[in-house]
Design a binder for this molecule. Structure first.
Ligand code: UDP
Length: 447
């Protein structure tokens, strides 16, 4: 809930007319996050470059959303690993989109790019329409995830065109700066989540049985669950290899391939067969109720092999009251306090993961107390209010401190605190925070 209070960041910014840009209609983590980000912006609007279930979800929420028709051609071919040739081939499409965005930007105060292609389009539209641009960065810009050309392009454009870059974790922010991004413009804001509604113990137990029955899992089985899109770096293969070492565990793999990686599921099924675990692994496909499945599980497993930018599923597991084991790289290291609110294991190590799954199985009392501590921690640290406040402050900054009364408080450290981030803010960002005259708004007032 957003307080309508002039001292609050979100309240100050939520009066702004923000045009949110996203390249996809699919339901990735960045899109699910955007769904929550837009909520306070009653005068805001989401512009998608492709149609899909994300549009339907936004419409169901009552969010104003528009799909720019026929914009799915060349951009679809530009993937994370693409080099300059694919990027150049998409040039005409980017320009066409930018023209459409800049027409719409004329009636907005700010452009908010929620993905990398949205950044490119938003940058062109920002220059054309003289509308400030903010980029919400949900990716670790580095060789594990992107080609060097892709990283260089994104960082160059961000430095040239963005008033602010919102990073979803300190790990994401550090990678942006290491790749050459301007430290004085990046702010860390963790995602916020709706707390779980009150559910009585009987109802929770009944739902647990209902979920298990629906998925064909024995009511008494020990269930370890992996939630996330099917993608090589998400490490479902590591999970399967770990399961092969824990014969007493049943595995759920929740999610589907997004963004064209359709070969991944058949490969994982074939690996499950080769490992001899196919009889105790269920592929559920994409679920709209991942929290329910987590709550019906004994352990949630996150096993990304490359650093996870944030790791929404880790917080969702904590909120579901289920113990979580996560790969110790990137965002999860900011979320999980090893041994107190979850467990961390080396990424890409099936033996270590198997040990942890077995440990969880053998120590139910420890798991219960850890899950309780995790739920309390997540409820306190990852709130929608903190996220809205943090993002509101960044938007205020990008608009040139329009919220004059609160402007003095606005600094990277303040934004970081707003998101209850337990790590030090970027030292460079802090040092440069006051020397920001270069960022004064250049956009004239419009009638
Ligand atoms: N998710 C979902 N249904 C599924 C699989 C995943 O709703 O079947 C959600 C999941 O609950 C989480 C998001 O997709 O909110 C994934 O976000 P995360 O940060 O874990 O990974 P990303 O996809 O952004 O890399």
């Amino acid at each position: 809930m957003i307080a309508d209070d002039a001292a609050g960041g979100a309240a100050g910014a939520s009066g702004a007319r923000v045009l949110f840009l996203d390249q996809t209609g699919a339901l990735g983590g960045g899109e699910l996050a955007l769904r929550d980000v837009v909520a306070p912006y009653r005068r805001g609007r989401v512009l998608l470059f492709a149609d899909g279930p994300f549009r339907q979800l936004l419409e169901r929420d009552g969010t104003a959303v528009e799909v720019i028709a026929g914009s799915v051609g060349d951009l679809r071919r530009v993937r994370r690993e693409s080099g300059p040739v694919a990027g150049l081939a998409a040039g005409p499409e980017l320009l066409r989109l930018a023209r459409q965005v800049s027409v719409r930007a004329a009636t907005n105060d700010l452009l908010y790019a929620n993905s990398q292609k949205a950044l490119l389009v938003g940058a062109l539209a920002s220059v054309r329409s003289r509308t400030p641009l903010v980029w919400h960065l949900h990716d670790i810009l580095g060789p594990d995830h992107f080609s060097a050309a892709n990283v260089r392009l994104a960082v160059t454009v961000a430095n040239a065109a963005c008033r602010r870059v919102i990073a979803d974790s300190a790990a994401t922010a550090r990678a942006f700066v290491a790749a050459g991004g301007r430290a004085d413009r990046v702010r860390v804001v963790h995602y916020g989540f709706a707390p779980p509604g009150p559910v009585g113990a009987d109802a929770a137990a009944a739902d647990r049985l209902a979920v298990r029955a629906e998925l064909g899992v024995d009511r008494g089985a020990f269930v370890a669950t992996h939630v996330g899109r099917l993608s090589p770096w998400k490490g479902q293969d590591v999970f399967l290899r770990a399961l092969a070492r824990v014969p007493a565990a049943t595995g759920l793999i929740v999610g589907e391939a997004l963004f064209g990686e359709h070969e991944v599921e058949p490969e994982l099924r074939s690996l499950a067969r080769r490992l001899g675990v196919e009889d105790r692994v269920v592929f559920t496909g994409f679920r709209t109720d991942p929290g329910r499945i987590m709550a019906a599980s004994d352990l949630v497993v996150h096993s990304s092999t490359a650093p996870e930018p944030f790791g929404r599923v880790v917080v969702e597991a904590m909120l579901a009251g289920t113990p979580v084991v996560a790969a110790a790289a990137g965002g999860p290291r900011e979320i999980v306090d090893h041994g107190r609110t979850g467990w961390l294991v080396e990424p890409g190590d099936p033996a270590a993961l198997a040990d942890r799954i077995e440990h969880r199985r053998r120590h139910p009392a420890e798991a219960r107390s850890l899950a309780a501590a995790a739920a309390a921690d997540a409820c306190r640290r990852f709130t929608l209010d903190a996220m809205h406040d943090g993002i509101g402050r960044v938007i205020d900054e990008a608009l040139g401190g329009r919220r004059a009364a609160g402007a003095a408080e606005v600094a990277p450290a303040a934004v970081t605190r707003a998101a209850a981030l337990p790590v030090a803010p970027l030292a460079d960002a802090d040092a440069d925070a006051d020397d920001d005259s270069d960022d004064a708004p250049r956009r004239p007032d419009r009638a």
